[in-house]
Write a protein that binds this ligand. Structure first.
Ligand code: XBP
Ligand code: MG
Length: 233
């Protein structure tokens, strides 16, 4: 591999298993707060994760399960309000410490910092969710360790489009071949590959079994993958 200059981390499913016990209950909490009888159980949520982006996921669900709501003139405004409520609840869940980092993540970040390898984030989730997760798990200063945090709506097209990775590479001022993306999902892998990046996959509880062809390697987690082994990819 070319000399590694930067690691670019995905967030949900990669830094932490946030979907089943974090985002999913936060969506359900918001639905109840808005008087909607929508409930995303674990199985349905796993299917809905094919749609990246919380607002996009709500829109997709409403179109098939509540077309009368989706047809209302104020639907887009309602999605924004729903999603803001969901995000506020998710941040509270994260701040309560219920979503620990996956094995090896903290060690790998420390090793990369020690080795002078730059850090960045490329995620579909909302920026406030990223900051909350980093601070809850790595301390208040930790967001500053990541030179670039590309999150949510900063790009028009979410994963599997390459936009978020291209956005991050531009701001790092690095070519794709000097970086390594770390992802958990097929959508994330496609996004990274389309941006010209090599991508390591740490499959998560919802993404195990997806099509990871093109990944540098697929591991269960980073618990015993040293930086040296990553550099050797
Ligand atoms: C995962 C996503 C996000 C989260 C929900 O992002 O697709 O939409 O499921 O977060 P990634 P929001 O794997 O790229 O980190 O509701 O803030 O979108
Ligand atoms: Mg992910």
């Amino acid at each position: 591999m070319d000399t590694l200059k930067a690691l670019i981390f995905d967030v949900d499913g990669t830094l932490a298993d946030t979907e089943r016990d974090g985002h999913r209950p936060a969506f359900n909490h918001a639905f109840a707060a808005f008087g909607l009888d929508w409930h995303w159980d674990e199985r349905l949520y796993g299917e809905l994760l094919a749609i990246t982006g919380g607002k996009e996921r709500i829109r997709h669900y409403a179109a098939s399960h509540a077309p009368e709501i989706a047809a209302r003139d104020d639907f887009e405004a309602r999605i924004k309000a729903l999603h803001a409520a969901k995000t506020a609840h998710y941040v509270r869940l994260v701040e309560q410490g219920g979503l620990p980092l996956r094995p090896g993540i903290s060690r790998l970040i420390a090793e990369a910092r020690q080795a002078g390898i730059r850090l960045a984030i490329a995620t579909t989730t909302s920026p406030e969710n990223v900051i909350a997760l980093l601070q809850a798990s790595l301390g208040d200063e930790s967001p500053s360790w990541f030179e670039v945090i590309g999150a949510g709506d900063v790009v028009p097209a979410k994963k599997p489009a390459p936009d978020i990775y291209t956005w991050v590479l531009d701001r790092l001022g690095l070519p794709a071949h000097a970086c390594l993306a770390i992802e958990d999902s097929e959508n994330g892998l496609k996004s990274a590959l389309a941006a010209g990046l090599r991508c390591l996959i740490t499959a998560s509880e919802y993404t195990a079994g997806q099509d990871f062809r093109g990944a540098v390697t697929v591991v269960e987690h980073l618990g015993d993958t040293s930086l040296d082994r990553l550099l050797a990819q």
